[in-house]
Design a protein around this ligand. Structure first.
Ligand code: FAD
Length: 450
């Protein structure tokens, strides 16, 4: 692929050793292609030489899915970052995988179009990574997730063959849905080199509201009341007391004692519909017991509230030495009870469990805080995480609502998958990658893998 695309100096390899999971990898080399042809050549060689390859976008995965734990070659797609087309008539964008999600959002919004998938990492993560993980985000409840906006893909199979699936047609039911199969496949089936993404008209207006509650479960009750009053917010995010304290501390402030939980709500639509909807939301939240309901009075104030929400993860890491991120999902009606149980599970093992995130989708980020220097810390965190997974399983939920399996959730996946589904997972992997060379050991149940 050319000298200038291949790096094997120790400093560079160290810089790429981890993803956001902080699991350590030890890549044998880093390849940074500039075009699809170089990906083809690398995967052709890799198959012949039986070299394992791990695709990588921006490395923001919290599961270890973008690491090279066994001396694999890392294939960094972040240099392939051209926006090839934005069509205001076809309502699609065609992009290379390394385009940053936030950059695409800005470019299409300047044309009056909207790409709704919005992971909190949108300013740093790539479209290729979002597709490979099936990323969710803040607007999932109203608009759906990445999976709902991928119309077509070009990808390179292990061995170098190019696969084209889907296209620019907004509806397409010919054949098995291979587009959806590749979405969320965590780089284990093919390397995505181009994507056709669906766009929709940009709603002309939006409004943001902050509500605080004097009880720990107030935010969840508020979310239920709001939805029951027929408001369909584009974002509905909850924060628990621990997170409120951390957000305040990161800004050098102290959280007010009466603020035990918090909801952030955003509505969009026409100016008139937004005014009506945000007023209905405010009323529903007051009826649900909110102590304070504040509608942002300017775009700057709204942006500040969302910036605070997006920076929760980095605020936690500024104040605590380590955390384990779980992004569990449960059936909506069980959210409040499940969170109480998960916090109790943490307490049993001496671990503080924070819960914040997508209250609309009942997909919460449960962060288990710990200090690796404590004796027995790793074991305690693992035991608490296993209990949390058991709780969501018992409630008919999932171990991951949006981050995927990677390395960290394989045990939880093993416990979740019934035999027929497990057989098909391994069968598909063998069909796409018979020698198990593409991101081996990730995203599959534990036994039989590898
Ligand atoms: C602060 C923070 C907030 C976050 N918020 C959210 C959130 O709200 N919602 C959410 O869903 N996630 C969130 N995440 C997780 C993460 O950002 C997403 O999983 C994201 O989609 C990963 O994109 P990436 O470009 O960093 O990919 P990477 O981390 O580099 O890779 C992730 C996976 O995709 C595969 N991959 C990457 N590119 C390709 C490609 N071109 N072809 C094939 N496979 C590929 C990799 O092999 C790996 O399996 C957050 C992470 C952080 C650190």
């Amino acid at each position: 692929v050319g000298e200038e695309c291949v790096f094997d100096d120790p400093a560079t390899l160290r810089a790429y050793a981890q993803d956001a999971s902080r699991l350590a990898g030890r890549p044998a080399a880093l390849v940074r292609p500039r075009r699809e042809e170089e990906v083809v050549r690398l995967l052709r060689f890799a198959q012949q030489a039986r070299v394992a390859v791990v695709p990588r976008g921006a490395g923001t995965s919290p599961t270890g899915s973008a690491t090279a734990p066994s001396g694999e070659v890392l294939l960094d797609l972040s240099r392939m970052r051209r926006i090839l087309d934005i069509s205001t008539t076809d309502l699609v964008a065609e992009v290379e995988p390394g385009v940053l999600t936030g950059e695409l959002q800005e470019r299409v919004e300047a044309l009056g179009l909207f790409y709704p998938p919005d992971p909190a990492s949108s300013r740093t993560s790539t479209i290729g990574g979002n597709i490979a993980t099936g990323a969710g985000g803040l607007r999932g409840f109203k608009y759906g997730v990445t999976r709902d906006y991928v119309l077509g893909l070009r990808a390179v199979l292990m061995g170098g063959e190019i696969l084209e699936v889907g296209g620019r047609a907004l509806k397409d039911v010919v054949g098995y849905d291979l587009v959806r199969l590749l979405v969320g496949s965590e780089g284990t089936l093919a390397v995505i080199t181009r994507a056709v993404l669906r766009l929709i008209p940009l709603p002309p207006a939006r409004a943001t509201l902050l509500a605080t509650f004097p009880t720990p479960l107030g935010a969840f009750l508020g979310a239920d009341r709001l939805l029951a009053s027929r408001v369909l917010p584009r974002a509905l995010e909850s924060l628990d007391r621990d997170v409120i304290e951390i957000v305040a501390a990161a800004r050098g402030l102290e959280a007010r004692p009466e603020e035990q939980s918090r909801l952030l709500v955003e509505c969009d639509g026409t100016r008139a519909s937004v005014e009506e909807e945000i007023a209905a939301a405010a009323q529903a939240l007051r009826e649900a017991g909110a102590a304070l309901v504040r509608i942002a009075s300017s775009p700057g104030e709204a942006q500040e509230l969302w910036q605070e929400r997006r920076s929760i993860s980095s605020s936690i890491l500024r104040l605590f030495p380590a955390k384990r991120s779980e992004d569990v999902g449960v059936p909506r009606g069980q959210l409040a009870e499940a969170v109480e149980e998960m916090k109790a599970a943490g307490r049993r093992h001496g671990i503080r469990v924070l819960a914040y995130g997508h209250a609309g989708d009942a997909n919460l980020h449960c962060n288990l805080l710990f200090d690796p220097a404590w004796p027995g810390a790793e074991e305690a965190v693992l035991a608490a995480a296993q209990e949390i997974h058991a709780i969501v399983r018992r409630r008919g939920g999932t171990a991951s609502g949006e981050h995927g399996v990677g390395l960290k959730k394989r045990a939880a996946m093993t416990a979740m998958l019934p035999p027929a589904s497990r057989r098909l997972h391994f069968g598909l992997k063998r069909l796409f990658d018979p020698h198990n060379l593409l991101n081996p050991g990730k995203a599959l149940p534990l036994e039989e893998a590898g």
